[in-house]
Each structure stands twice: as C-alpha cells, then as structure tokens.
Ligand binder design. Sequence first.
Ligand code: GLN
Length: 513
Amino acid sequence: MPHENGYPLPNELSIAQASDRLNCGECSAVELTQACLDRIASTEPQLKAFITVFAQNALQQAQESDLRIKAGKRLGVLDGIPLAIKDVILIAGDLATGASKILANYVSVYDATVIKKLRAAGGVFLGKTNCDEFAMGASTENSAFQKTANPWDTTRVPGGSSGGSAAAVAADQCIAALGSDTGGSIRQPAAFCGIVGLKPTYGRVSRYGLMPMAASHNQIAPLGKTVEDVKILFEAIAGHDPKDAVTVQKEISNLKSARNASHSDAGGSQISNLRGTRVGVPREYFIEGMDAEIEKSVRAAIDQLKDLGAEIKPISLPHTKYGLAVYYIIVPSEVSADVARYDGIRYGYSVENDREYLAQHPSFSLLDVYRDSRGRGFGPEVRRRIMIGTYALSAGYYDAYYAKAQKVRTLIRQDFINAFQEVDCIAAPTTPTPAFPIGEKSNDPLQMYLADVFTVTLNVAGVPGLVVPCGFTKNKLPIGLQLVGNYFDEGRLLQIGSAYEQATEWHLRKPLI
Ligand code: GLN
C-alpha cells in the first residue's frame, strides 16, 4: 500500500476523516475523487470491481462540491465524498446493467430514491460496481461481464452479490459504497473483504429504482470502512418513500453518533460502554462443519463484547435449520415474477436486434422473441431460479412448497421476536467459511446456496444485521462478526458494533494489493 510520508492517501480515508479534511481545506473534493480514480486505474486490472467508471461526471460533481465548500455552503458530511454504487441501482443517464447481458446497454431514465438522496447530500458517484446477475449469487461470479477478485487474495471471490462494491471499499478505490442485501449480499461480501456492512430492517430504505430481486426480502444497504461511515450512509438513505409502499415512517432510535458512543463517555472507561446490553448467542449458529478459525474468532469477539460490559446469554432460534430451504423456495418464486419484465419486447436485449440471431433465423414468431431473448439474455443462475420459482408456484405444487415455506417463514420470524424479548442483540458468525477460491463453487449451485446459511434468516424475518471485521485466518483472510438487531433498532446495533470496533484493530488492516 503506497503511503506518502506515512500518511494515508486521500482515497484511504473514511467518510468521517475525508469530511474533516474537506471542512478544513486540507484536501479538495477533486483531489479526493482523483485519488480514487487513480487507485481504480491502478488496481482494476486485478480486481475488476467496476462495470462502469464515470471519471468525467465524478470530477464534475467534485468540482461542484468544491465550489460549495469554498462558498461556505457545504451540504453536510457526504458533500464531496466519492462513492461506488452497485449496478442494480439506477442513476439517471448512466448505464445500469444489473450485471446481466439482457441489460448490457440499458441507460437509466431516472434516479433511484437512494441516489436522489445522496445527490442532494452532495455525494460523488464514481461508477457502478460488478455483482452477481440481478444480485443472484454469493460470489459475484454470476456476472455476465467479469469476475471480481478479493483484494486480500486475488485468487478468491469477494463474496456476493455486492462483491464489486465490497472489493472497491476494501481496496480503497472509493470511500464507501452502496449494495443490496436480499439474503446476505451486503454482509457476506463485507465479511469476506474485511469491511463493515449494514443490512437495514425490511422497510427502512426505499427500493424505488433498485432492480427487483425478491421484493419481500431485499434492502439497499451501505458498505464502509468503519461503523461510523456505514451509519452516515444509512442515515442518508433511510426513510419513508411513497414510491416504495413498504417503507415506514419511523424514527431511527438509539442513533447517537456512533463515534460518540464508541469513545468512552467523557472521562468514563470503555468498559462501561456495553453495560446493560444483553447479547444473545444462538446455539444454532455454531454448527458442525463450520470453519474452526471462524468459530474461534467469533467466540473471541463475543468474549470481547463481554469485556466491554455486555451480558452474554445463550439463546435458541429453533427454526434456523429451515432458513435456507424457506429462502430458496420463496426467493426464486418472487424472482420468477420479478424478471418477467425482461421479455425482449419492452426494453433490454432482444433477438430482434441481434444480427447473429437474425442471420440464423430468417423467420421467427413472437413466442421465439420472448423465449430466445430471455434464453440468450439471462445467465444460468437466473434461468435456474425462474424454473425453481415457476415450479414452486405452479398449481399442484403451490401448497406443498410456496405456501408451506411462507408458514415456516412466520415461525422463523417468531423465533426472532421471542429472542428479542430477552436480548438486545444477537451475535453470530456471518459465513461458515472465509472467502473461497474463484471457481470452487461456481458449478455447484447447492454448495453456493449453503454459503448463505447464516445470513438468509435475517431477510426471511426482516430484522437488521451489521457485520464488523473480527479477525483473520492463518491465510490472512478476513472474518466478520454478524450482529443481529431487533426490528428498526439499527441505532443500537451501530452502537454495539462501534464499541466493538473501537476496542479492536481488525478494521485498520489493509490488503496488500
Ligand atoms: N446469495 C444469496 C442469493 O443468491 C443472496 C443474494 C442477495 O442478497 N442479493 O440469493
């Protein structure tokens, strides 16, 4: 990692640090943005984290920030901060591919609500990051365009589906990023890349302008270098939106500055930070077959929470074992409807415009257009989910699969409701293994699905989850602690995560790329 005189380069800063520098004129937004663009240029050949980089637009946005800063009219902590955006989120006028061939040339006609909010806050958009096609996957290998590498070991995956955003943050190509989480797509890449990620409560953040993937599960979510950064982005994007009917008008409670919460209260000791906080440890999340180094690090992190004053309580989430089965019935069912819009007629790839196809097919029917546009436009994982989902929803199987899964979903939700009668937060591993080698699971969908074992139940239930770095394997691969919060209690999660972060140094390590 190149350092000038031992000081971090601008692109290596957190949002909070960069914001301080912008405020005192130590650094301009253009310098900050240029530092990120330089880092992107030097590391992209290895990482392939971005699908599109908007160098000119980003520099222009940064110039506008600098003008505001000079005029004493800085819009707030995000003004002038360079961000990366997962390519399933729409930015008006820019390419938005969803990492799918079917949208390879699609240009967004409007801003997603989260983009509108970040734009109004002065955020600078560096580009769109790679992901699994329409966010379906756990390794970013399902992208139609490229495989992103993990900055800690470029032979390994960064996780998925928000792997491009996570790799970009971990490698300091950007200051922070947005991704989305339907079953772990923020938390698993955060764990694999050694950064922080927060999946908000279902209904907290508007999905208007997010390419759909299982609307009863997904949330747009922040990835950052510190808990405070994730909190800043979360606050900026959260809130009711009439354009997403499930968003709620609810205050974010317990949201005193994560920075203040983590530094000891004036004169007090850090030990008192978590006094009165009850942390549950679910026995179902420490299972046979999980990686021994992960178990050790997560248990050590729980001991650390205890040292910080938390009361540790063993708990049970008895229906956890059905989580994956429920998720992989309901999500493909929803997906099969979500992707119906990509039909080769309305927008996106169509065989009608594909010269090669036209040469091979002198005549074809409307049905051919639907079938062949979708057949050629979607990758194998999307097609697999359409088939599983359509099957689970079909007459005769609906009751046995979809309806049954929905009933078990209620039991899983009830497990969390019961647990939060006794505890304020739940501590668990994020993943059963550290980042796995590129190619290891890509031909084995079941193995890929099993990688989601500790993350999917949060989406099935709708509760929030925060991942913070909690250790490294012998091979220097990051490990993430997953903290689960009660509905709409992200504030408390962020406080607990911040107290842990301040007591440890895992988040300060940087990959060597
Ligand atoms: N790996 C999970 C899946 O493939 C989660 C994806 C996500 O959160 N978008 O469904």
